[in-house]
Ligand binder design. Structure first.
Ligand code: GLU
Length: 296
């Protein structure tokens, strides 16, 4: 049997906060409870969103939380060559095309999809007139992708009608998350992806790309994400409080409770080492709430 290989893939847009800690704790426990490896990948692909120093800060906080990663930390900012090769291969097979449409033009077409507006296919048959290419899109014609999530059950998308031809290379010359994540999960030999359910609707797109690129599809488990009182996902934008690296135990316990685990009272009076000693053998995925978000 292949060895379990999980990962945590934070975007360094700010310090680790309770929302991202949940994905870290869930992916770590799933990996460690199965005797697997847990890798960390810094998703610093998007220069405008990357905050200097945030990646190191996140790694320091993970270490302070007692979460040790296996192998070297991969930074997506060093992996453009691999993304270029994947995109180039798709281009040679006629599966991607340049697109000149602005966000505004796509919104004007008004076809609401699962995530924003569905791309209406304007540039699929060639760039109109003298217009310049902005982004590169993948052809989704008739594609269907589905999978059974370990927490959220079955998800199925008709990509052409519910998502539309999606972007692999952005107008601002950045490789899109959907392409990078697929190339990197395969390159790192990831067998199991455990992450927040805000990415649940990205997974069919990733499975479609894996199929086209001849890459294996990992198993997926999407954990509920923490939301604030107005139902918005906790994030830097919603001003989630950073984890206090000097005193991580209370939030580790909160994360475990959030993930549906029955935590013994005494654990709060222990230390980080004892926390993991208890949490790893007692972790049970079956107790994770089967919903996309929970207000805290
Ligand atoms: N970098 C993404 C985030 O921080 C996670 C990507 C993934 O786990 O696939 O939301």
């Amino acid at each position: 049997m292949e060895r379990y290989r999980g990962r945590f893939a934070p975007s360094p847009t700010g310090p680790l906060h309770f929302g991202s800690l949940i994905a870290a704790v869930g992916s770590y426990l799933e990996a460690k409870s199965r005797g697997g490896e847990w890798l960390v990948r810094v998703e610093d692909l998007d220069p405008p969103r990357t905050v200097p120093g945030a990646a190191d800060d996140i790694l320091r906080t993970l270490a302070a939380c007692g979460m040790r990663w296996d192998g070297v930390v991969v930074h997506q900012s060093t992996r453009s060559g691999a993304y270029h090769a994947a995109l180039h291969g798709l281009r040679q097979r006629g599966l991607v095309y340049p697109c000149a449409c602005s966000r505004r033009e796509i919104a004007d077409s008004g076809i609401a999809g699962i995530e924003g507006f569905v791309y209406p296919g304007t540039c699929r048959a060639g760039l109109p007139g003298s217009r310049q290419a902005r982004a590169w899109r993948i052809v989704t014609g008739g594609a269907h992708a589905e999978f059974k999530d370990a927490v959220q059950d079955r998800i199925a998308h008709d990509l052409e009608t519910q998502i539309g031809d999606f972007v692999l290379y952005r107008a601002d010359r950045v490789y899109a998350y959907q392409l990078a994540v697929v190339v990197d999960d395969a390159e790192q030999g990831i067998t199991d992806v455990v992450r927040g359910a805000d990415l649940l609707d990205s997974t069919p797109r990733q499975i479609y790309l894996q199929r086209l690129l001849g890459l294996p599809t990992p198993r997926y488990a999407h954990l509920p994400v923490a939301a604030n009182a107005s139902g918005e996902k906790l994030s830097k934008q919603t001003l989630a409080q950073p984890i206090n690296a000097a005193r991580p135990l209370p939030l580790l316990i909160d994360a475990l409770r959030f993930l549906g685990q029955q935590v013994p009272d005494g654990l709060a009076r222990s230390d980080v080492g004892s926390f993991w000693k208890w949490a790893v053998p007692n972790w049970d995925t079956a107790h994770v709430p089967r919903c996309r978000s929970i207000r805290i």
